[in-house]
Design a binder for this molecule. Sequence first.
Ligand SMILES: CC[C@H](C(=O)O)C(=O)SCCNC(=O)CCNC(=O)[C@H](O)C(C)(C)COP(=O)(O)OP(=O)(O)OC[C@H]1O[C@@H](n2cnc3c(N)ncnc32)[C@H](O)[C@@H]1OP(=O)(O)O
Length: 253
Amino acid sequence: MAESSLYIDPKQYAVITLNRPHKLNSISKNTIKELDNHLTEVTNRHDLKFLIITGNGEKAFCSGGDLNDFHGEMSEQEAYKTLKPMQEIIYKLATLHIPTIAWLNGLARGGGLELASACDFRFATPNADFGFIQGKLGIATGWGGGTLLYERINSNHAFQWMIESDIKTTSELLTIGFFQKEINDLTISENHEALKPYIDRSVEQMRHWKKQRLNFMELNLMKKRMEDEVRTCSKLWVSDEHKRAVKQFLSKK
Ligand SMILES: CC[C@H](C(=O)O)C(=O)SCCNC(=O)CCNC(=O)[C@H](O)C(C)(C)COP(=O)(O)OP(=O)(O)OC[C@H]1O[C@@H](n2cnc3c(N)ncnc32)[C@H](O)[C@@H]1OP(=O)(O)O
């Protein structure tokens, strides 16, 4: 069964939905392959105004990597091989030719927030919480999302969040500018007030503004920093703290 979907709306926007609500939309190796195909299809189209990434269900946007796939017993080399593909997808998403919106329909943890950080904008439900929790798992961000967080918010706030690895509310994240809008109606449609400005603009306008936005980002340096994250996370992957954290999570079932 497909673990994600790509929908193209007649109003010229695309929606990628993570479709494993029973696993809090955690991202498996198979999901990663599907996301790559969805992004390739969106990249090859010239008729889209923007892309939304969201999760199925009302509990979770994405709870990060699937810990059954991203388990604790991997070697540093295996961890690198497993983490790298998603980092490449996160970079592709961050540099997509059209504006992107993370529609946070529910909680996000770890790599789920890295995925959200890859988007230009983050609109979130007030009824969930969010955490870069990798620090508490004995690792660091492993998909390049830490680099992107520094692109999205004040560097001191990003630095503190990486270290403290705490869970934050929508209100807190609106205050520090990580989230741009609070969405009470989770239904994605042309009638949603949050989307109306994006739907009303032309394809040419939206492509121009995204190109302009990317021109202010040091993309080669950003890519190198994201690749460094994968290498560092892979080294930390074999730490006892990480093995313990993953084992504890998987044993609670
Ligand atoms: C891979 C590296 C990547 C990176 O940093 O680059 C990362 O994402 S590391 C961080 C990985 N994510 C996590 O550690 C979060 C794990 N999940 C949780 O801590 C909890 O699920 C929580 C707090 C988000 C919600 O807890 P709650 O009690 O409300 O729900 P359950 O834990 O019972 O979850 C329901 C159901 O979903 C399964 N689940 C949730 N998250 C994951 C996950 N990340 N991987 C695999 N499976 C996940 C959970 O096992 C339950 O399944 P069930 O079959 O019903 O037991």
